[in-house]
Design a protein. Structure first.
Length: 880
RNA sequence: AGACACGUAGCUCAGUUGGUUAGAGCGCCGCCUUGACAUGGCGGAGGUCGGCGGUUCGAGCCCGCCCGUGUCUACCA
């Protein structure tokens, strides 16, 4: 035979997915199939902006789900001929890694310390852990964190390779590595030059456990039990009123009292001063529209600071600052009778305060409630200030998303990016971007509209990118924060705690008239909001940046629209007045069978490696590729099974189809041409779906065609002719069609099922088309169908199928197998159907094993219907 | 409390701009086995498309209200 044929006996009986996954991964890496080609112009490049997974902990099946969806559309673009830039980073920088490193090596970080070149630490044993932790410099601590995350990064990489992500692994980076640090610091430098960042020493959200500020995007409300405490205050010059508070422990921080101006109950009080119980502090009583007459007693105490409303009253009414809560969440030592803490009875106040000083908030609350039950604490002489038992309520309390204690508002010095004045511009950029699914855009818009704070970017942490600034010290050795020294962009990355600014010597650190370095690091989002720029080497390689920015596609989940998507859009806006990407694809979540989000904290995660071993990576990918973008999907192992069955069917059907051989020849029969016509239509529909990122639709179409139009029908109708000795032309046409169909179908499946596709491709097409990998082959299109004549009637394949299935059904009704010979067959069809069947009837009869038949005209039958008037099948199967 | 999404067969999900008796896979029941594949094939049962009302010649799809689920946002006196 002139045409190379496949000897099925030389192929394995079953598809060993684990073995194939190892073999093809090695092949792809060796060939560099997924390498980005920087010589190609922007228009021929597809840039995908991928989420760097957090490398503390493990990846679960939900990660595989969403990353695979991105891989599928990216593989499609590669086959369309694009030079693909598909990077992978590891988000190792952040609080969880820091904690693990502290525990593992039993160390603490002090950014003030210089690097110790002789430091060589190993994980600490139990005995070492009984000693105080070793204190090391920030650069040394960062090195240790990198060591800790390196292991996870290896495991993550292995999983992604196993799943078949077509990442260009030469692009691997970490959000703490030198390039990312340089990019984050360059970003800061640029924002500083443009006036988009500022420092503020004002009350802001503070986590007392982590002892750091947090941004609005990292805050979540949790419902917590609380209680209204009704406390009687005195009015200077006589009188009394009762306020309601859930924060009695902050009574010492009370700086004012307010009620709604129209509230008749409190009209006479405005302008007077109130006297607090217990501490006897005189505070102003003022009217405020923000006070809600319906809540509590309608009149309330303003403290520094119980909540955001307190901050606003404090600021708007220029109230005193009485900070009783320390950064560590304990009551700070304060003295009543001082200028800051006035009291009409300082001795009593200090005696009371001594009871709570140094205690945490919860202890202080318990104790102060006890004190308030004492009539001696009254400011009015009417008896105990606590006028009734606390009334339990449930209320929303702000928490840091990773924290266990409620957030407090504390005045601290923080760096901010100014965003509140740019809402319109941010919304405009969001409108330029194509969102998939479209309704996710609304999440972005709602968040942007509701933004209440500028972006707090400084964190009181160690394992992060240092903020590249210093402050000059005055003659007294105090920093002048208004004269910030920003690091030279050409020197980045730097660590201001170990590097000296230009114009200073290291010996001047901390000295009068010298300098001090900024000890804080950036919020991790400050770095990860630059993933498109990290890829394009913004400001470092302008030509490359022009080719890779903005990216084509951002892929991410919907829960981080307010963080990752939002901050990335903000950065691109502030740096270059650009969008960071043209499209964004939002993946859904994987839910457990109880429809709960799969998450480590709930403990319902499914690790991916077991299903991969059991069903094969392609089957897992099939599951990912079956789900639409943005749709939360319940985990259903059944879909893995269906995927595996498809892979097996592809394996068997391909083996069989490719084993048919013939002299080369054109596609000449009506059946073959009509079938090819349908195949061509399938390709058009799949391409259109992929262009809309609707990979699930493309898969559904391909799968259904493969099963219903190819294996169940075309293959059955054509296989007898493909082996027919007496019809050389017909045989050649069938074999050519089979090969074409397989070549096209395998390529349509390739983005979703890369392993089995490559396996089949390697049997027959790798050499022929001159591509060593199906993933570097051209997406099916016009070229595959050129020179193939159109069928006389596009519906003739459909007619043949209908006839064949009708005969098979008759066999099933007669309880005989489809392979049984048909001895007698009387058919009837409408005249048009009959005419349509004529050129394909020989194939139908061959497939049905029918030697003789009649086909009557019956105008009463509907078009396309084939009626079986009489049939007789062989008693038993014929001997081979 | 608002916003968004979802609610279709026992389960997981399709249903493209409203158009004949609403689909797939799994599961269930029955049948078929020398013909590439039992990881197969054929057939069957199973749905008042969450509810009510409206628009229309015609509604799973459009509009209104309600119920349920999920998510996001808001809510510390």
């Amino acid at each position: 035979m002139a045409r190379a044929t496949l000897d099925p006996d030389k192929l394995p009986k079953h598809f060993d997915s684990a073995e194939a996954e190892r073999r093809w991964d090695a092949h792809w890496q060796q060939l560099g199939v997924y390498h980005y080609d920087p010589s190609r112009p922007r228009a021929e490049t597809w840039v995908v902006d991928t989420p760097p997974p957090t490398t503390s902990g493990t990846l679960h099946i939900g990660h595989v789900f969403s990353y695979t969806q991105t891989d599928i559309v990216t593989r499609y673009q590669r086959m369309r001929g694009k030079s693909v830039y598909y990077p992978m980073g590891w988000d190792d920088n952040g609080v969880p890694t820091e904690r693990r490193t502290q525990n593992l090596f039993h160390v603490r970080c002090n950014p003030e310390l210089p690097r110790d070149p002789s430091l060589a630490l190993e994980p600490a044993n139990a005995k070492q852990k009984s000693n105080p932790p070793r204190v090391i410099s920030r650069p040394d601590f960062i090195d240790l964190c990198a060591r800790v995350t390196a292991e996870d990064e290896k495991a993550f990489l292995a999983l992604w390779r196993r799943v078949g992500l077509s990442v260009d692994w030469r692009t691997e980076y970490a959000t703490i590595d030198e390039r990312s640090r340089r990019m984050a610091q360059l970003s800061f430098w640029d924002l500083f030059q443009k006036g988009h960042v500022y420092q503020s020493d004002a009350p802001f959200m503070w986590d007392v456990d982590f002892q750091m500020a947090v941004a609005q995007a990292e805050v979540e409300d949790k419902l917590r039990p609380g209680a209204y405490h009704d406390l009687e205050f005195a009015v200077e010059g006589g009188g009394a009123f009762t306020i309601s508070t859930t924060r009695p422990e902050l009574l010492g921080a009370c700086v004012g009292v307010t009620a709604h101006p129209s509230d008749t109950r409190h009209q006479g009080l405005f302008g007077k001063r109130a006297i607090t119980p217990l501490f006897r502090a005189p505070v102003p009583i003022f009217a405020s529209e923000k006070a809600d007459p319906e809540k509590g007693t309608g009149i309330l105490m303003v403290c520094t600071f119980g909540d955001q409303a307190d901050v606003e009253w404090w600021r708007d009414h220029k109230l005193a600052l009485r900070q009783v809560l320390g950064k560590n969440g304990r009551m700070a030592p304060v003295t009543f009778g001082s200028e800051a803490f006035p009291s009409l009875d300082a001795d009593a106040a200090n005696r009371a305060y001594a009871e709570i000083s140094g205690r945490n908030l919860k202890q202080a609350r318990t104790r102060i409630v006890e004190l308030l039950r004492d009539p001696a604490a009254s400011a009015t002489g009417n008896g105990a200030p606590l006028v009734r038992e606390p009334q339990p309520i449930e209320h929303a309390v702000k928490f840091y998303e990773k924290g266990d204690s409620p957030l407090e508002f504390l005045p601290t010095r923080q760096w901010f990016v100014r965003l509140l004045d740019k809402k319109e511009a941010l919304l405009a950029k969001g409108a330029e971007i194509q969102w998939h699914p479209e309704h996710m855009r609304k999440r972005y818009e709602d968040w942007t509209r509701n933004l209440a704070f500028d972006w707090c970017i400084s964190r009181q942490r160690y394992f992060g990118v240092p903020i590249p600034v210093w402050y000059p010290l005055d003659a007294a050795g105090l920093p002048d924060y208004s004269r910030t020294i920003v690091a030279d962009p050409n020197r980045l990355p730097i660590d201001p705690m170990t590097d000296a600014p230009v114009g200073y010597q290291e010996s001047q650190r901390g000295q009068p008239n010298g300098f001090s370095g900024e000890a804080d690091v950036f919020d991790t989002w400050f770095t990860s909001s630059l993933t498109p720029q990290i890829a394009s080497r913004w400001r470092l390689e302008p030509e490359r940046h022009a080719r890779l920015f903005p990216a084509d596609l951002r892929a991410q989940a919907h829960d981080i629209i307010r963080t990752w998507a939002f901050y990335t859009i903000a950065k691109a806006l502030l740096h270059e007045n650009s969008v960071p990407w043209r499209q964004i694809a939002i993946s859904g979540w994987i839910l457990d069978p109880d429809r709960k989000k799969m998450s480590k904290s709930i403990g319902n995660v499914v690790t991916p490696i077991e299903p991969i071993e059991k069903f094969g990576a392609d089957a897992i990918r099939y599951w990912s590729g079956s789900a639409r973008l943005g749709a939360d999907t319940a985990l259903d192992e059944n879909v893995f099974k269906v995927g595996k069955r498809l892979v097996t069917k592809l394996f068997n059907a391909s083996k069989f189809a490719l084993a048919q051989s013939a002299e080369p020849g054109p596609i000449s029969t009506e059946l073959d041409r009509a079938f090819v016509g349908e195949l061509r239509e399938l390709v058009a529909h799949c391409s259109a779906a992929y262009e809309k990122l609707d990979y699930a639709r493309a898969l559904e179409l391909t799968e259904s065609f493969f099963w219903k139009r190819f294996t169940d029908t075309y293959l059955e109708l054509a296989k007898a002719r493909a082996r027919c000795e007496s019809d050389a032309a017909g045989r050649a046409s069938a074999v050519t069609t089979l090969r074409l169909a397989l070549s096209v179908l395998v390529r349509l499946f390739a983005p979703v099922l890369p392993y089995i596709s490559e396996e089949i491709w390697s049997w027959a097409f790798a050499d022929e088309i001159g591509r060593a990998s199906v993933h570097a082959a051209a997406w099916p299109g016009a070229a595959d169908f050129s020179g193939i004549a159109a069928p006389a009637d596009a519906a003739s394949f459909d007619a043949a199928v209908a006839c064949f299935l009708a005969i098979n059904k008759a066999k099933a009704d007669a309880n005989v197998s489809a392979g049984r010979e048909t001895l007698r067959l009387a058919l009837a069809a409408a005249p048009a159907t009959r005419a349509r069947l004529a050129p394909v009837m020989s194939d139908v009869l061959l497939a049905a094993r029918c030697a003789e038949h009649t086909l009557a005209e019956d105008a009463t039958l509907e078009l396309g219907t084939i009626a079986i008037r009489d049939a007789l099948f062989a008693e038993r199967a014929v001997e081979a």
